[in-house]
Ligand binder design. Structure first.
Ligand code: AMP
Length: 394
């Protein structure tokens, strides 16, 4: 069975074709700058050179058609025709309260996804376009929606409700939903496998630290808290997003700087985080370089980022009454050696003893805690596409 995994963003799309027998990635790639003059398709098939096609790709339907053509290409293709694709798995960012798990897409589901657009105006419209284009190009192939929010569905009310009028929740859907669910699910399950312990017996904290960053507390296989909220703006400091701030800042700064709601939304999402503090970059490689070259604000941005993660680890340990395993994943979590070291320093009190030598690793699956550490710490590269493919197969 071959599953085509599609992750449509507003101006980009990522894809993989996975053979579920052996879970082999037959081909993968991405299309960037859809709708702009210089769009580009980068495609890599198993055992073949990467190819690049640069031309204007006006819309997602053309992008998906191009990808399907490349997959069937006589020379570099990996399938003979589209009938070989048994199903398409779509990443859908916001499932709202309707979807506690993955779902076979039909008209009613599409309608429900459209209703969720107001909760994720940047993401869900693109995800829906991906679904509609697949339905048109492959009318006989089933489509499955896999939600970023679904894994967090198990959170108790104490975790998902905000202390605002209850009617905001009931009438307007204001609650914590959480994101990056497929990643938190993948790395927490993998950690229990690597550790040789039963998933249902463990208290796990997963730190998904990428350009978007979130952290989750998973007790006996169920998410009991997570840092992102109604939107992916809450929680950790991110590349360009502020994470937690005093909500009182918003009316204050609107008056002080004569800003509109849209202005503030833009600044908090795109001009804040480590970029906002450092004024240098949202990329941790640039920040480390700048800090080494003497940029105090870059150093400060890194310190503030790490301190926030540490605070969440502490609070989730308190909420769960302990922690057995901590996992680091995504671009920063998998690669930024010094970030992991700063976060986990001086945490022996919590039973966390980092092995600084083992921590000097990038992008590999490895235990980085000392043997005597009561809490085991792992770096596990995430694989959201594989989770989507597995869910689609199921
Ligand atoms: P993601 O959103 O998971 O793709 O993560 C992207 C982010 O990971 C980049 O913006 C960088 O900040 C960070 N990153 C990637 N590679 C490295 C590296 N080798 N060292 C430090 N940070 C990295």
């Amino acid at each position: 069975m071959k599953v085509f995994v599609l992750n449509c963003g507003s101006s980009s799309l990522k894809y993989q074709l996975i053979n579920m027998e052996g879970e082999t990635v037959l081909a993968k790639g991405l299309v960037e700058k859809i709708g702009e003059k210089s769009s580009v398709l980068k495609h890599k098939a198993l055992n073949k050179e990467e190819i690049k096609i640069s031309e204007k790709i006006a819309a997602h339907n053309k992008a998906i058609k191009m990808v399907l053509d490349v997959l069937q290409d006589e020379k570099i293709g990996v399938i003979k025709n589209m009938d070989e694709i048994s199903a398409v798995g779509h990443r859908v960012v916001h499932g709202g309260e309707k979807f506690s798990g993955s779902v076979l897409i039909n008209d009613a589901v599409s309608e429900a996804l459209r209703e969720n657009i107001k909760l994720a105006p940047l993401h869900n419209p693109a995800n829906l376009i991906g679904i509609e284009v697949s339905q048109k190009l492959m009318p006989d192939t089933p489509n499955v929606g896999v939600f970023d929010t679904a894994f967090h569905y198990s959170m108790p009310e104490q975790a998902f409700l905000y202390a605002v009028p209850y009617s905001w929740y009931k009438e307007n859907g204001v609650r914590r939903y959480g994101f990056h669910g497929t990643s938190h699910k993948f790395v927490s399950e993998r950690a229990s496998e690597l550790d040789g312990r039963n998933y249902e017996d463990l208290k796990i904290i997963t730190c998904h630290l990428g350009n978007g960053a979130s952290i989750a507390a998973i007790d006996k296989g169920r998410v009991v808290d997570t840092s992102m909220g109604l939107t992916p703006l809450e929680g950790l400091v991110m590349g360009t997003r502020s994470g937690d701030i005093d909500p009182g800042i918003i009316p204050y700064i609107m008056k002080e700087r004569n800003l509109s709601i849209e202005d503030v939304d833009e600044v908090l999402n795109k001009e804040s985080g480590v970029l906002g503090i450092s004024g240098v970059s949202n990329d941790f490689r640039d920040l480390s370089e700048a800090a080494e070259a003497g940029s105090r604000k870059s150093e400060l941005a890194l310190e503030i980022f790490c301190r926030r993660v540490k605070k969440y680890i502490g609070s989730y340990t308190a909420v769960m009454g302990g922690v057995d395993i901590i996992v680091f994943t995504a671009g920063i979590g998998e690669n930024a050696v010094e970030v992991r070291e700063i976060i986990l320093s001086d945490m022996e009190y919590f039973g966390i003893c980092l092995d600084k030598e083992k921590n000097k690793c990038r992008g590999e699956e490895i235990k980085i805690s000392k043997e005597e550490s009561a809490v085991k710490v792992y770096v596990i590269p995430t694989n959201e596409e594989l989770v989507i493919a597995r869910e689609t197969k199921k």
